[in-house]
Design a protein around this ligand. Structure first.
Ligand code: NAD
Length: 420
């Protein structure tokens, strides 16, 4: 049975490029383990008077290229192994999209749906109090991830600023615009994923994006903005899912014909995309096995494994989520001729616009949405074609090509600054 421990998967991926990129064993050893792993206990008095202790993590993988950077996730399945894997992927992602950040990740093992808004705010502030010494604008800059959003970032910024005695907007990114957030940050990950889909469809399927069918797993920040971007490009979205279940369009054309705003509004009101009238309810497994040109996992890791890889019918997978494909599934899909745009490339639009936000905060500046989106488009396309040409030159898959480029940049920074 395949080992689905996320950190073990991240190490397998790192090991998969050592035959191409000769990494000095000393640096390889340093890259295998995060520099710092912080685990904190967060006792919280609930509104019913009971006290529950939650566990929080912040893992800092590598900062050779700049301050640690990475999101904070609230989920009942958050574990140290998961946060370690995500922190390593952040190091590669920042290097690949070529911004001066390292990699980190954080999380709290909690089901946020079971807490009130007030409890969530107090839990977030407790987490900041516990890790305050380890974060900061030049040290480690958190951002949103699964089940956290601009409001969570506003609480983090406010608590950190309170502890420091002055306003520090650049300690987090993904903030509300009113508090120094960047235009375009909320949509950035999905927008970047959409750009990757468009370019990959041209490069591998030799089609225009408006002529392809797409299924998207996950309808949160990344999933909705990916769908919105692709609908804007004219792609045909035929199935979408969320944690409750999946929805396949029942329209005569086979794809969702309503506008994106209507789709979002209806799914919000119904409580799930699968509860909208005029859709056929399907399971999440059925969604992954949809007969489409492009499959976009945009929810959780370990969704495409050795158990379902052979059932995938899409010709192209664009990993908007982190770690959705296990190494074993990767091999199976490779043999099936399925091209995969890896997570560290496909979802790097988020950290890229987070970097833009940090730069704006440090300069007390505010860019227009058009300026942000233009820069996002330019950087995403450059990273996509750098990876594509490397993969074609060395005849390797996109994941290994992306990793070789990213790890090579990190090792070079370590070597130049004398990390030994
Ligand atoms: P989110 O909390 O906004 O949305 C998550 C979505 O996934 C929700 O629609 C939820 O219902 C759905 N979901 C949860 N469990 C599911 C399951 N078992 N099956 C199907 N759907 C399920 O989170 P997000 O920010 O959109 O993050 C999604 C993924 O993208 C994560 O892997 C995250 O690490 C990655 N990511 C996010 C960002 C960002 O900027 N938010 C950046 C890079 C990568």
């Amino acid at each position: 049975m395949e080992y689905e421990d996320p950190f073990a998967n991240a190490l397998t991926q790192l090991a998969s490029i050592t035959d191409i990129l000769s990494v000095d064993p000393e640096y390889y050893e340093m890259l295998k383990s995060p520099i710092r792993e912080i685990t904190v206990s967060l006792p919280l008095k609930l509104s019913n008077g009971n006290v529950v202790t939650f566990t929080g993590y912040r893992v800092q993988h590598n900062n050779a290229r700049g301050p640690y950077k990475g999101g904070i996730r609230y989920h009942p399945k958050v574990s140290l192994s998961e946060v370690k894997a995500l922190s390593m992927w952040m190091t590669w992602k920042s290097a690949l999209i070529d911004i001066p950040f390292g990699g980190a990740k954080g999380g709290i093992t909690v089901d946020p749906k079971k807490l009130t808004n007030d409890e969530l705010e107090r839990l977030t502030r407790k987490y900041v109090d516990a890790i305050e010494e380890e974060i900061g604008p030049e040290v480690d800059i958190p951002a949103p991830d699964l089940n956290t959003n601009a409001q969570t970032m506003a609480w983090i910024m406010n608590e950190y600023s309170r502890l420091k005695g002055h306003n520090v907007p650049s300690v987090v990114t993904g903030k509300p615009i009113e508090l120094g957030g960047s235009e375009g940050r909320n949509a950035a990950t999905g927008r970047g994923a959409g750009i990757c889909v468009r370019e990959a469809v041209q490069s591998f399927l030799h089609k225009d994006v408006k002529d392809v069918t797409v299924a998207v797993q996950g309808f949160g920040n990344v999933g909705t903005n990916t769908v919105k971007t692709l609908m804007g490009m004219g792609a045909k979205i035929i199935a979408i899912s969320d944690v409750v279940g999946g929805a396949r369009s029942k329209s005569s054309s086979g794809h969702f014909e309503q506008s994106f705003d209507e789709l979002l509004d209806r799914s919000t009101k119904a409580g799930s995309v699968c509860k909208i009238a005029e859709v056929e309810e399907i399971s999440n497994s059925e969604l992954l096995e949809s007969d489409v040109d492009v499959l976009i996992p945009a929810a959780l890791e370990n969704q495409i494994t050795e158990r379902n890889a052979t059932k995938i019918r899409a010709k192209l997978i664009v990993e908007a989520a982190n770690g959705p494909t296990t190494p074993m599934a990767d091999k199976i899909l490779g043999r099936m001729g399925v091209n995969i745009v890896p997570d560290i490339l496909a979802n790097s639009g988020g950290v890229l616009v987070s970097y833009f936000e940090w730069v704006q905060n440090l300069n007390r500046d505010h860019w227009s949405e058009e300026a942000v989106n233009d820069r996002l488009e330019g950087k995403m396309k450059k990273a996509f074609y750098d990876v594509l040409s490397y993969s074609r030159k060395d005849n390797i898959d996109l994941r290994r090509a992306a990793l070789v480029l990213a790890v090579g940049r990190v090792v070079s920074a370590m070597r130049l600054s004398g990390w030994h």
